[in-house]
Design a protein around this ligand. Sequence first.
Ligand SMILES: NC(=O)c1ccc[n+]([C@@H]2O[C@H](COP(=O)([O-])OP(=O)(O)OC[C@H]3O[C@@H](n4cnc5c(N)ncnc54)[C@H](O)[C@@H]3O)[C@@H](O)[C@H]2O)c1
Length: 313
Amino acid sequence: LNIAILGAAGFIGTNLILALSKDEDNKIKAIDVSKDYFIDDVKKSAEIVESSFDENTCYKEFLREQDIVYHLVSTNNPTNSNVNIGKDIADNIMISIKILEACVECKVKKIVFISSGGTVYGNKVNCPINENDVTNPITTYGIQKLSIEKLLYLYNYLYDLDYSIIRLANPYGPYQRPNGRLGVVTTFVYKALKGEQLTVFGDGSVVRDYIFIDDAIRGIIRISSGNYENKIFNLGSGKGESVNRIIEILKEKVNPNLDVKYLDARSVDVPINVLDITRYKEIAGEFEMMSLEDGIVSTIEFFERKGIGCECK
Ligand SMILES: NC(=O)c1ccc[n+]([C@@H]2O[C@H](COP(=O)([O-])OP(=O)(O)OC[C@H]3O[C@@H](n4cnc5c(N)ncnc54)[C@H](O)[C@@H]3O)[C@@H](O)[C@H]2O)c1
């Protein structure tokens, strides 16, 4: 397959390319702002194209003759959304419309969009949350994801452009940047190994659906390679874990005397989010996902292989 990945140098793009390139029949075009953002293993496995994604980008240039296009571009994340509401919505929707138009013109067979299972539903939810439940995001990020989902529906209706939407929960693990803005598991593992303080917003009772990146990538590939009647899939572990549980595991695995600071809760954080993954299970069959504990151990091992050893034991 000819596969183009937009926003390819990030956490999900990197892991997706490493997985897709195992199949020699896949020819991957990886597009991101700078060549320097890509890790060496990805540079060896894909054709790298440097481009920003904005209103003036010529998307047709890299979408010609592509079978599948992965749209992984987002100019913001849940924690920094709600600050520049107009700009965030305008930028992300404009970029997505340009991508969709180019897909139609280039006769792309399918576009896969990574939406957000953690934000599109909002805070008045009954967990586990089903794909058909009410969506009332409390962040611009969630609203832009939902709007792009509706645009995919529209472009399919108007032009027959096939698509899959993956409402991804909270992936964590290798190649996630531990910068503290996104990905509490990876950030906490990194900080614990470095002997740095962990900051928790609220009392640590916030519950999320964490999915190890290998399980997430397997799901993304499975959903995008099938021809399913359902276009929207929740993808998570289907299990809820609190922030305090992550800390408990890190105390056990890394350092019993972790330095943890509790700050005020943030308005962008919904108290609980756990996805119902029945629809995904129906297409994926019976499988075991990695437990949070094993996933944390794998993430620790990854950082240690990369030379970030435990400086605190
Ligand atoms: N990581 C998560 O927790 C998570 C959860 C649900 C959904 N998603 C979505 O999945 C997608 C990928 O997430 P990720 O974690 O890999 O993000 P990431 O930030 O690690 O990577 C995104 C990549 O896109 C590139 N990019 C962003 N805006 C760009 C622009 N205007 N021009 C050119 N390049 C641009 C960045 O350089 C970066 O390399 C995003 O749409 C994100 O919203 C992520």
